[in-house]
Design a protein around this ligand. Structure first.
Ligand SMILES: Cc1cc2nc3c(=O)[nH]c(=O)nc-3n(C[C@H](O)[C@H](O)[C@H](O)COP(=O)(O)O)c2cc1C
Length: 314
């Protein structure tokens, strides 16, 4: 049987498949054994209690969905006291996703969630930075560095920086996150998008715009995961539009050491254990003993640096 373990810096996961933040809770234990997946990734939390965005917060579009959930949060104290302990029953590492509006607030929250039982912190730097007119930290290398340096100083736990597909500077932002001390990159979050109801002529989301996720996002985030993996030496975790074994394989071959599954879990709550089984069966059939044979095996020898690190469609 193929060895599905994958190394993300100091962490070894028993499988490369884990949930994407915001699409997973421990309630999925009613559907499948949560011990089967590589890690448990929580929905992003903030320091304070927050409501979410105006409704409607989700709508379906061709090839995916839009969401503008916002980050409703019961606050960090509730999370530390009531949520972290729930995950102690499983061996899979717990990854806590956090967000804040300034680098200093981010760092304080990071220190607070650096608790026993937390294996890594996913830092959602794709969220708006209120000191930069609401532009996400991960839009630019300079703001990425500022946030990541503050976060790095606040915790000894592995930090996973979650990038944004809205940037035109994927390589620079990936390298900035690595230089400032990120242990892994999650590539990527949702893409800013919009839908309009033609009868009412109203935007279909209460918040006007939201994030595109699902299959239509995949070619974009796959391209970003590939560019990031080519330009940093820390592990890349692919995320965006995964719903089939083919999608998982593409990310691994592009250079991702693990992947996250989001929107597809809404349609098929037990998709993660199915993909794990299919990956193992496919590797056995191909005679591939372990993931390093697959990760980053894309045949791009003919490609120039200009092609690999392109920032515009040729
Ligand atoms: C309903 C919903 C809520 C989400 N909430 C978060 C969140 O709290 N934090 C975060 O970093 N990403 C959040 N995301 C983004 C996902 O983690 C993921 O990056 C994105 O959906 C792309 O993956 P997918 O196409 O497999 O869904 C959310 C996505 C959806 C659909």
């Amino acid at each position: 049987m193929a060895d599905l373990t994958t190394k993300l810096g100091s962490l070894t996961l028993q499988s490369p498949i884990m949930p994407a933040s915001g699409t997973f809770t421990d309630e999925l234990a009613q559907v499948f054994d949560l011990g089967l997946i590589g890690a448990h990734v929580t929905k992003t939390i903030t320091a304070e209690t927050r409501g979410g965005n105006p409704t409607p917060r989700v709508c379906e579009v061709a090839g995916g969905m839009l969401n503008s959930i916002g980050i409703p949060s019961k606050g960090v104290d509730y999370f530390v006291d009531h949520v972290i302990p729930i995950y102690r029953q499983w061996d899979a590492p717990l990854v806590v996703s956090i967000s804040a509006g300034t680098a200093d607030d981010f760092a304080r929250l990071c220190a607070r969630v650096s608790q026993p039982g937390v294996a890594a912190i996913e830092v959602n730097i794709s969220c708006p930075n209120i000191e930069e007119d609401g532009k996400a930290f991960a839009m630019r290398p300079e703001t990425t560095i500022r946030a990541m340096e503050a976060l790095r100083a606040a915790s000894d736990l592995p930090l996973w920086a979650k990038l944004s597909p809205n940037t035109g500077q994927t390589v620079e932002v990936a390298q900035a996150a690595e230089a400032a001390g990120a242990d892994a990159l999650v590539v990527a979050n949702t893409l800013l998008a919009m839908a309009i109801d033609v009868d009412s002529r109203k935007p279909r989301l209460g918040n006007l715009m939201g994030g595109l996720s699902g299959p239509s996002l995949k070619p974009i985030t796959l391209r970003m995961a590939y560019q990031a993996a080519r330009s940093v030496s820390i592990p890349v975790i692919g995320c965006g539009g995964i719903s089939t074994l083919q999608d998982v394989l593409e990310y691994l071959i592009a250079g991702a050491a693990a992947v996250q599954v989001g929107t597809a879990s809404f349609r098929e709550p037990a998709i993660m254990p199915r993909l794990i089984e299919e990956l193992a069966a496919w590797m056995d059939a191909q005679g591939i003993a372990s993931l390093p044979e697959l990760i980053g095996s894309v045949r791009d020898d003919e490609a120039s640096d200009a092609m690999i690190y392109a920032e515009a469609a040729p």
